[in-house]
Design a protein around this ligand. Structure first.
Ligand SMILES: [Zn+2]
Length: 276
């Protein structure tokens, strides 16, 4: 499953390829029936929120129209320069112009939405750390009130709440585990027992950690001083504190990292550093 940073990477790439240009759109497989309505129109921009992508085609027949894409477990894009290959496999959507093309296969959803549909999605979703403007200085990056409020009302374990897209968008399983470790919070602590100051720290941490992962497709959460090899870039096995480190010694305290299924995904934590 793509994490949020992957979705944002696609949005940035596809906007750089096509935003502001007239494009062709089709659906060789036929399942995106509205493709014909978009063919020959200008793609205004591409936005991402959590695991959702929106291809904004501006006003068509008096309404703003946006292609909503949710990648699900199997969705994937391929991009390239012309000439475009012959259609192969279950090709849901293609977008192209004279220079470049993209192909979309296997998404959970690819359909034409109105602005109203898109706004309803935004209202449902929690804030996305990747949509915080980079120009805002780190110290001023307050967590959105919606996030603090939604967590503060819940007795559900914080480890589950961080995976809930209505609380925060696009964190994914790696960051859930790593953010909780870095804040030294037990994943089992109920949301309403996590101090606001800690939630603020977790939010700021997410805003810092996610953008670099958009570039190199890898999230490094360990600090150099905690790694067995303190110099140079992090080795793969030293990139995370707890994620996929079951039974290995914690880099900070030496206790064995534990794992358990929480919210349908494997959760990892250090029972010492993140005691209840
Ligand atoms: Zn530990």
């Amino acid at each position: 499953m793509p994490e949020g940073n992957e979705t944002h990477r696609w949005a940035t790439l596809h906007a750089s390829m096509f935003a502001g240009r007239r494009v062709h759109v089709d659906s060789p497989q036929g399942r995106f029936a509205d493709a014909g309505l978009l063919d020959g129109r200008k793609l205004c921009g591409v936005v991402a929120v959590g695991k959702h992508l929106g291809y904004d085609f501006g006003i068509i027949e008096k309404q703003r129209r946006i292609v909503h894409v949710h990648m699900g477990l199997y969705g994937d894009f391929t991009e390239g320069s012309q000439p475009m290959p012959e259609p192969r496999g279950a090709l849901r959507m293609r977008i192209w112009d004279r220079r470049q093309w993209l192909e979309l296969r296997g998404p959970t959803d690819c359909s034409l939405w109105t602005d109203e549909d898109w706004q309803a999605l935004l209202a449902r979703l929690g804030p996305d750390p990747l949509n915080v403007p980079r120009k805002v200085p780190a110290k001023d990056r307050q967590a959105p009130a919606k996030l603090i409020e939604r967590i503060g009302k819940r007795r559900t374990a914080i480890g589950l709440l961080l995976m809930d897209q209505s609380i925060v968008s696009g964190l994914g399983n790696i960051l859930r585990a790593e953010l909780l470790f870095r804040a030294r919070v037990s994943p089992f602590r109920p949301g309403n027992e996590v101090p606001e100051q800690t939630l603020q720290a977790i939010w700021k941490d997410a805003v810092e950690l996610m953008p670099p992962a958009m570039v190199d497709r890898r999230i490094v959460t360990t600090m150099p001083r905690d790694r067995p090899h303190r110099r140079g870039t992090a080795l793969d096995e030293e990139a995370h504190y707890v994620y996929r480190r079951k039974g290995r010694p914690c880099f900070v305290c030496g206790t064995e990292i534990r794992t358990e299924v929480m919210g349908g995904r494997n959760l990892f934590w250090c029972p010492q550093c993140q005691a209840d």
